[in-house]
Ligand binder design. Sequence first.
Ligand SMILES: NC(=O)c1ccc[n+]([C@@H]2O[C@H](COP(=O)([O-])OP(=O)(O)OC[C@H]3O[C@@H](n4cnc5c(N)ncnc54)[C@H](O)[C@@H]3O)[C@@H](O)[C@H]2O)c1
Length: 367
Amino acid sequence: MSFTPIRVAVLGSGFFGNTLAMACKDNNAFDVVAICDLDSASAQELATRAGARAVVDPAELAVATDIDLVMIATPNHTHASASIGFLQAGKSVFVEKPLAITAEDALAVTAAAALSEGQLLVGHVERTMPGIKRLFHQARSGKLGTLLEGYGSRSRLVHVPEGSEDWWKLDRTRSGGELLHEIHELDLLTWVFGEPVEIRTIAGAPRPAGSRIEDSVHKTTLKFGSGAVGYHELSTSAHVPDWKFRVSGTEAALEADFRTGKVSRYVDAVVTEQWGIFDSERANDSLRASAEKKQAYNAAGAAGPYWMQAAVECELAEVIAAMRGQESVLIDSPATAVIAGVEAMAQASQTQSSKGTPASTGALVGA
Ligand SMILES: NC(=O)c1ccc[n+]([C@@H]2O[C@H](COP(=O)([O-])OP(=O)(O)OC[C@H]3O[C@@H](n4cnc5c(N)ncnc54)[C@H](O)[C@@H]3O)[C@@H](O)[C@H]2O)c1
């Protein structure tokens, strides 16, 4: 069957807008029509490379008749209002994670999606990696027995470049905070286990004010409707890195280790099967190589590692499926992780202030 290309506009021509636009340009299923950024020079530069027109006013994208899908890759605090505007204009929206930085906004976007002719897809890229999809399908189809517990972690020492004091990624009012900005493993937990019915979070003190790293340690326990429990760890100050997702059932467990690029099936402490997070060994090698490097937030203009390019290709395959009315892992429960993350962060601030660390509050809000 032949399909007409999906006419796409990319909002935001920074680090990830570049990655998305160039991946779409290299994929026959897409026709990159427009690049929009408040920074007109940046929009023009990417538009030239992508063979698209440059646009400065996002409202122009909403009324354009030659756009099917808008990919939103702007700072996190802009996601909800941009998504709602495009959905109300009847466009499909692929919005980078997190969907929103408040629970109310996340629900407002899903409400707008329910009334729109367009689709709402959230860039939960880890769901789309082939090894993680296989883990999900095994867990959800009973191959692990009854699901008992889950574990997700993203702990590393994050380095921040000099001179980035005003960077939105370090400002909680624009990033939503570390837990929402790096929502990936929390999303995997809620994707596999469903909406949590109980959440308990304890946060450690942030690094000293002035270091510009906020929310440095969060430990969250979750209880799901099925009775299964989950544990989520996040740290920007861990000298011992850990980046894993694990689901355990009565018969077996599956563990994805993003630092080794492998998913392992365990039965009673013995590894009985293994597969890659990616189907391509080059991408798994790139994950392993990234694990050996110092970790930093990606700056506009930076070149992402190869595995990220491979991940975006997997993600685009899911976007294409959704746009063709087929099954896609990006459609399910778009707001759940944000709602859980917001609740976890509210509890984190309570645990911090109850310890009498008000000095940290300034650093937390990126004042
Ligand atoms: N899925 C992933 O692995 C992944 C990786 C990196 C970033 N991201 C997400 O991508 C998004 C963008 O991150 P980034 O690293 O590209 O940031 P960035 O700072 O490099 O780029 C953001 C761009 O948005 C533009 N912009 C800001 N406000 C705008 C507005 N209202 N309208 C139009 N343009 C606007 C800025 O000028 C800038 O060019 C974020 O939501 C981030 O969470 C996802």
